[in-house]
Design a binder for this molecule. Sequence first.
Ligand code: B12
Length: 263
Amino acid sequence: MEKVDLSNIRPYGDRLNDGMVELSFTFPIPPSAEAKEAARKYVEQLGFKEANVVWMEGMGEAFTFFVVYAKSEKAIDMRTVRVPKIKYPIMDYKTLTAFMERVLTRPLVVVGACTGSDAHTVGIDAIFNMKGYNMDYGLERYPLFKAINLRAQVDNRDLVKKAVELGADAILVSQIVTQRNVHVENLKELKRIIERTKGLKPHLIKIVGGPRIDHAFARKIGFDAGFGPGTLPSHVASYIVHEYLRRVKRAPKGRATGGLCRG
Ligand code: B12
């Protein structure tokens, strides 16, 4: 393959830098030849060239779903791209457990929930569940975590109340539904409640996760760390332990088994 020029990255279709992209979207009209042509014209209005509707399918009576191939002439200079990342060593379950036994004098208390109206439990369970997720044990499995998962549709006040009651070292909130930025309002509310609540540990680590969450977003909204799709429980466990040590006492050196977390 030809050498990639990092200052000029364009989408790859079947040749380097051909700029081919695939877009999918829905129009609130039934399928027809006119609907198909409207989708093609719409994509060209977005600035793409050579738009070609390769799939059109009715969704219910009043909607149509399209897949369109088109060419973009835009390029991105990779050298200008910066993404905030959480920097800490990722340890696997066994290594981290041994590390925790060596450096901690008591179990760390972590309380988690999917809060607000959000009913999705699978994400928060993936991080907490004893059986684990994707061959990686959840926080409940670690002998030196006291891990409490309140599950979904939990009121922010109840999550914070539980954190006070148990003397939590970390609070973990899952936000899956992001329609109309409902997660932003919910997280801002949680942040306000945390700020106003007495009795929380001064070093409380505030973590948010979900499919549309990243570290930059979490920091912007006042949380300490954000974890997105593909997060494994050991990523979160490693972060909590290292961040706790950083905040409470100097972290001794541990042997990391992975790279730095993607955040
Ligand atoms: C299963 C599911 C449901 C189930 C949930 C069952 C349950 N007990 O959880 C049911 C049927 C109830 C449901 C309902 C709804 N759903 Co739904 N659902 C899904 C689905 C198919 C899978 C979600 C899932 O389980 N993923 C697997 C887990 C493991 O992945 P994850 O959540 O991303 O979690 C990982 C990371 O994000 C991260 N993570 C997540 N949370 C946390 C927390 C912390 C602290 C950390 C560190 C990490 C972390 O770690 C996890 C492991 O890697 C998704 C589509 C999809 N394919 O993702 C839609 C989806 C999430 N649902 C969606 C919607 C819109 C809804 C409804 C509003 C639909 C409706 N109109 O009624 C309702 C909402 C109800 C409500 N009040 O919340 C949308 C959300 C769109 C958006 N951007 O807001 C999606 C994306 C579908 C879509 N494409 O439209 N849903």
